[in-house]
Design a protein around this ligand. Structure first.
Ligand code: NAP
Ligand code: ZN
Ligand code: ZN
Length: 370
């Protein structure tokens, strides 16, 4: 076929790329190895970010280990990471919010259809268009084909509509986890109107749970933390809990029966929901943000006595993520982190699997260069 008659293919329309350094999992059990990945050259609406820090979410581990196979099977090699902060190194000529040198952040999504009812309401995470929501990793890369690669990398290119502004008042490494752990706990608390005078329970003191404690405290609620780890009791109080209950002690747990307006469950593994449902007041709501591998049984009696509600919540929209970041800057809220080198990621996953996290691992991307 001559050049003139050749059909223009998808591949021809693809933007040019540049190589980025990343760490990837080749399979559910391989652990992480360095990998060079392509990033698209910034288009007119795009922001190219040099990634400085990336948080390690338990979702990264669920995904890498293919524990969510029935809902979102993992495509390998997998480069996770959706708690991204860094500096803008290039802004396309139509970009309005950012210029070179600005701090910027990217969370769990990099695009959506932008036209459905939920996108127009600023709730892109609930995008109704099939294939509309593009997750930061393990999503469909509509520019380059294949799969999207996340923040365990030194660089990312994202449409400015999905890039957040970051304050320089907070520790930058402590800001990274706000992009998932922060918004995922902030959003349901705003939606269910957590406020002063309410009693709020937080279940599980990990990455999400510790942000939940901080937000519930900042919103003026009386906060009770439930933890399986006796060695986290003092930290729970320091982070803002008014009371801390070690949940293995059933008698201590039952002292709170029928007393909560709202409970946020941020547990990553199998556990008993019915005990916590019975702690709600009449018309109280328990919201699941934890996403364990296996379904959890619910007793109808735990719901119908007291007209309790059980709900779930996913991350949060872009508008609300910016609102949360601004709220954090105003109230001096950041994540309590343990900074690690990229090369320590396998060890961090092992610790995360044991609940041994205080309270978010954050990768220092400078380690990718050394
Ligand atoms: P994480 O840092 O590992 O924290 C999970 C905490 O759950 C642990 O620290 C532990 O707290 C508790 N826990 C663990 N195993 C348990 C067990 N068998 N029984 C009772 N408690 C247990 O995880 P994360 O990053 O905060 O994420 C938590 C969950 O939320 C994950 O499933 C993640 O995928 C999900 N997630 C959902 C969304 C969303 O949009 N809804 C967003 C991000 C993450 P204690 O030691 O205090 O008991
Ligand atoms: Zn996450
Ligand atoms: Zn949409």
């Amino acid at each position: 076929m001559s050049e003139a008659t050749r059909q223009v293919t998808e591949a021809d329309r693809r933007p040019s790329t540049f190589p980025a350094h990343a760490f990837a999992a080749a399979s559910a059990t391989s652990g992480f190895r360095p990998l060079t990945i392509p990033r698209r050259s910034a288009g007119p609406q795009d922001v190219q970010i040099e990634i400085l820090y990336c948080g390690v979410c338990h979702s990264d581990m669920h995904q890498v280990r293919n524990e969510w196979v029935s809902v979102m099977p993992t495509v390998y090699p997998c480069v996770p990471g959706h708690e991204i902060v860094g500096r803008v190194v290039k802004a396309g000529n139509a970009v309005k919010k950012f210029k070179e040198g600005d701090l910027a952040a990217v969370g769990c999504m990099v695009d959506s259809c932008r036209t459905c009812e939920n996108c127009r309401a600023g709730l892109e995470v609930y995008c109704e268009t099939p294939g509309g929501l593009i997750l930061t990793y393990n999503g469909t890369d509509k520019y380059l084909g294949g799969v999207t690669y996340g923040g365990y990398s030194d660089s990312i290119v994202v449409d400015e509509a999905f890039v957040l502004r970051v304050s320089d008042k907070l520790s930058l490494a402590g800001t990274a986890p706000l992009l998932c752990a922060g918004i995922t706990t902030y959003s349901p608390m705003r939606h269910w109107k957590v406020s002063k005078g309410q009693k709020v329970g937080i279940v599980g003191l990990g990455g999400l749970g510790h942000m939940g404690v901080k937000f519930a405290h900042a919103l003026g609620a009386h906060v009770v933390l439930f933890t399986t780890s006796p060695n986290k009791v003092a930290d729970g109080r320091r982070l803002g809990a008014d009371e801390v209950v070690v949940s293995k002690n059933a008698e201590e747990v039952q002292k709170h029966a029928g007393s909560f307006h709202f409970i946020l469950d941020a547990v990553s593994a199998e556990h008993d929901l019915n005990t916590y449902l019975s702690l709600l007041k009449r018309d109280g709501t328990m919201v699941l943000v934890g996403a364990p591998e296996k379904p959890l049984p619910v007793s109808s009696f735990a719901l119908l006595f007291g007209r309790h509600s059980l709900s779930g919540s996913a991350i949060g929209g872009i508008r609300e993520t910016q609102e949360m970041l601004d709220f954090c800057a105003e109230h001096n809220i950041a994540s309590d982190i343990e900074l690690i080198r990229m090369q320590q990621i396998d060890e961090a996953y092992d610790r995360l699997a044991r609940g041994d996290v205080k309270y978010r691992f954050v990768i220092d991307m400078a380690s990718l260069k050394s």
